[in-house]
Write a protein that binds this ligand. Structure first.
Ligand SMILES: Nc1ncnc2c1ncn2[C@@H]1O[C@H](COP(=O)(O)OP(=O)(O)OP(=O)(O)O)[C@@H](O)[C@H]1O
Ligand SMILES: [Mg+2]
Length: 324
């Protein structure tokens, strides 16, 4: 695999996804970068913005296996992980694998299930293996989750605890489509599809094996200059010193920022990371890991976005970084 190949397949993925899902191309690049970094993604948006459509389309286009779990109040951990059942005919217990045994897991409306069920998934996400009745099973490669949640003001939800939010590489949000043209394009496409769900019309542009090779390229061949590492380190450290912040970004947050930036550089056909690759992910990679001091959180005047913008303004942008 060469970086040109990563770029070419990436553009094919993005073009095909865009021919179904109407929306912001930058957000799609971020989603792809996260997937190539084998990172879990959380989408938080209001109902009906196309979260499920995007997740299904993306999974399908990459040619990877995918399964979807609709989280509900009565979903049990075994519904995610699987369970051992007695097979009468064979007179033995066999494992019935749950939906977590796949490549891309769509965890739809994750905040509709109680914490016990959420944590079954979050453990699998972190360890990339599951233990069912004492037996440990490795999950496949790639394995990452695209989870969606409706914003917490909506009734009957169990917001993810901050500690669990930390397991998501990025938290993204698609928001409403920007223009009249885009809004009407959604209607026109629906007419062309002649049905609500276009899944069987979507063709994959690559396959699981190639996707794993792209991931491996990013893991093994990309160059991150010392100056870029310092840049990321400084940003992360300043989140902990900021007067408004109670809990700053974790070291896992710094890693997330580096991994996303590195994958994005490869998607763009570069073997080295630039400060812009880093900047574009600062809010998505760090925002959901920060907790504001109570007095400011209530006021709502200091959002993570605003604080991170402030921090970015204070850190000197590296200019002499090596492009290798
Ligand atoms: N940006 C978009 N591009 C194309 N179709 C869209 C877009 N947004 C919404 N739709 C269409 O609107 C309908 C609702 O979308 P979808 O079910 O994906 O929303 P959702 O965000 O998952 O909603 P919920 O939060 O209720 O699960 C689907 O038929 C989908 O095709
Ligand atoms: Mg949905």
């Amino acid at each position: 695999m060469k970086v040109e190949k990563v770029q070419e397949i990436s553009s094919n993925i993005l073009d095909t996804v865009s021919s179904f899902f109407v929306g912001n191309r930058l957000m799609l690049r971020k989603l792809l970068a996260a997937g190539l970094a084998n990172g879990h993604i959380l989408f938080e948006d209001y109902p009906g913005l196309g979260k499920t459509l995007l997740a299904k389309t993306f999974a399908r286009v990459t040619g990877c296996g995918w399964k979807r779990i609709q989280f509900t109040p009565d979903l049990m951990p075994a519904d995610i992980l699987g369970t051992r059942v007695w097979r009468m005919r064979e007179s033995k217990f066999v494992l019935e694998r749950g939906p977590v045994f796949t490549n891309i897991l769509l965890a739809d409306e994750i905040n509709r299930s109680p914490p016990k069920t959420q944590s079954a998934l979050l453990e699998a996400m972190e360890e990339r293996q599951v233990t069912i009745e004492g037996e440990t099973h490795k999950l496949s490669a790639p394995f990452f989750t695209i989870a969606t949640q409706n914003p917490i003001e909506l009734e009957g939800t169990y917001p993810l605890p901050e500690a669990q939010m930390d397991r998501f590489l990025l938290k993204l949000s698609m928001g409403y489509v920007d223009t009249h043209e885009e809004e009407s394009l959604i209607l026109k496409r629906r007419i062309a599809w002649r049905k609500d769900d276009p899944m069987d019309m979507i063709e994959s542009v690559t396959d699981q094996e190639t996707f794993v090779e792209m991931q491996r390229f990013i893991e093994e061949e990309m160059y991150v200059d010392e100056q870029i590492i310092d840049y990321i380190t400084e940003i992360v450290r300043l989140t902990r010193e900021h007067p408004v912040v109670e809990v700053g970004a974790s070291p896992r947050g710094g890693l997330a920022l580096m991994k996303a930036a590195r994958a994005h550089a490869a998607v763009s056909g570069r073997e080295f990371v630039t400060p812009d690759d880093v900047k574009m992910f600062v809010v998505d990679a760090l925002g959901h890991r920060m907790i504001m001091k109570m007095e400011y959180a209530i006021e709502g005047t200091f959002t993570a976005d605003a604080i991170l913008a402030d921090i970015l303004g204070k850190v000197e942008v590296p200019k002499q970084f090596m492009r290798r």
